[in-house]
Design a protein around this ligand. Structure first.
Ligand SMILES: [Mg+2]
Length: 446
């Protein structure tokens, strides 16, 4: 136990924020302050808004942060799917960090103890611009040489846009996509920004879900994608698991045609081929191919994971700790998956704070495959925090699981963080007094 802290009288006094850009995406770091000097760190999900956390300030100030589940039950009604889960989830992480620091135990211990001392990372890999499967294979091979033991790449209709006869779509639709929504053809390089969705034409295209675009892939297109993966496998071989993501918005029938072409390449999984809410389409996709299918990075709370798992929609779930409700909720989600023979790959495109939260939780899971990592090409990513044990956050393709209290962070690295503040959201943990008196009658029944 921390000799300078009395956990029984610990109280939340303030919550403040810092917006970072390029780590690899936009992210908001949360700092929860207390009456005894210790601070808890959390993070709002990438490409979200700190408002989702700030609006909860008046509901948590004055409470004991060690009562994590009590506070979670009080605020969880203010989260929702995807980025809207970012406020509740990020605060839950900061509370666990505080509870761990106050009682002197790491977050993994608060979650029930650990199954492993290090957690496998699976590594996202980008190749910019027009390129071949061989080029992607070479980029993936470099990741393997760095020690990564699982890989993921983007593969989808973005590659087919300039291939004659590869795509069939309502005439003019592809031209509109190229003009108004080029980012949905390849979004990995950065976050969706306000500019991208404030324009009506862009918003309408981005929000046209898979069954409604009318886009189909021809045999020429399927041949092209198959040859791309064949070239990738020729470079990296078959020993290493390879998942794919960001396929693009096509109907489930075309997703099945694609999946069947991929069977011989033994992919680790295909991800978000249709929106996660379309349960029956997921069942059909899963039953129509022999490739593991995966979704979940946009799902808030365990109930919707339970639905897709128990309805046999998925082989692998892909929760994000900063959307799903935080570490305790993720542990419950993993346990539901475990009971049903479903593996967990943890989605993670965040700062070291979100990453460490994922590492603690993954260490405490029975059925985890790996935690995602997007930031190999961001040299300052690891320098945003100073670890209490002095060890690297990630080493040879694995996350170290810290034994120090809380998340294991000794302090934030002010110099590095200040160098990467989002210019559109300036300020360094500024006061948030405007949220002090926010109030509504939050009871959900009368
Ligand atoms: Mg994804």
């Amino acid at each position: 136990m921390n000799p300078n802290v009395d956990p029984k009288t610990l109280k939340i006094t303030d919550i403040r924020f810092l917006d970072i850009d390029g780590a690899p995406k936009r992210c908001t770091i949360i700092k929860i302050m207390t009456n005894q000097g210790i601070e808890g760190y959390g993070e709002v999900r990438d490409a979200s808004s700190k408002t989702y956390a700030a609006m909860l300030k008046s509901r948590i100030v004055g409470l004991n942060p060690c009562n994590v589940d009590y506070i979670f039950h009080k605020i969880k009604q203010f989260g929702f799917h995807s980025r809207q889960g970012g406020g509740v989830s990020g605060i839950e992480i900061a509370l666990l960090d505080l509870a761990g620091k106050a009682w002197g135990v790491p977050v993994w211990q608060l979650l029930g103890g650990k199954f492993r001392d290090k957690v496998r990372v699976y590594c996202d890999t980008d190749v910019d611009g027009k390129h071949t499967g061989h080029d992607m294979g070479m980029a993936l091979k470099k990741r393997m040489e760095m020690g990564f033991t699982m890989l993921k790449m983007d593969l989808g209709i973005g590659l087919l846009m300039d291939i004659p006869g590869a795509i069939c779509a309502p005439l003019g639709f592809i031209d509109d996509m190229k003009k108004y929504a080029p980012h949905i053809l390849n979004v990995q390089g950065g976050s969706v920004t306000a500019d991208m969705v404030n324009h009506k034409n862009s918003y309408d295209i981005v929000n046209t879900a898979h069954p409604f675009t009318g886009i189909h892939i021809t045999e020429i297109g399927l041949d092209y994608l198959e040859n791309y993966v064949k070239e990738v496998r020729e470079v990296i071989g078959y020993d290493v698991p390879l998942a794919i993501d960001h396929f693009g918005h096509v109907c489930v029938e075309d997703a099945i045609l694609f999946a069947r072409r991929m069977e011989k390449y033994r992919l680790a999984w295909i991800e978000d081929m249709v929106p996660w809410q379309m349960t029956k389409q997921w069942q059909r996709l899963k039953q129509s191919c022999c490739i593991p299918v995966c979704t979940g990075e946009d799902i808030y709370l365990k109930e919707d994971f339970k639905n897709i798992i128990e309805n046999d929609c998925v082989s692998v779930i892909h929760p994000d700790i900063l959307t799903c409700g935080g570490a305790m909720e993720l542990k419950k989600i993993a346990d539901i998956a475990d009971e049903n023979g479903v593996a967990v790959a943890v989605h993670m495109a965040e700062s070291p704070i979100g990453c460490l939260a994922a590492a603690h939780c993954a260490a405490a899971m029975h059925n985890v495959l790996a935690v995602e990592f997007h930031s190999v090409d961001v040299p300052w990513w690891k320098d945003m925090v100073k670890m209490a044990d002095g060890k690297p956050i990630m080493e040879n393709g694995y996350l170290n699981v810290p034994d120090a209290p809380g998340l294991g962070i000794e302090s934030l690295n002010e110099e590095v963080l200040k160098a990467h503040i989002n210019p559109n959201i300036p300020g360094y943990f500024e006061p948030t007094d405007e949220w002090n008196v926010e109030f509504s009658n939050d009871r959900l029944w009368s």
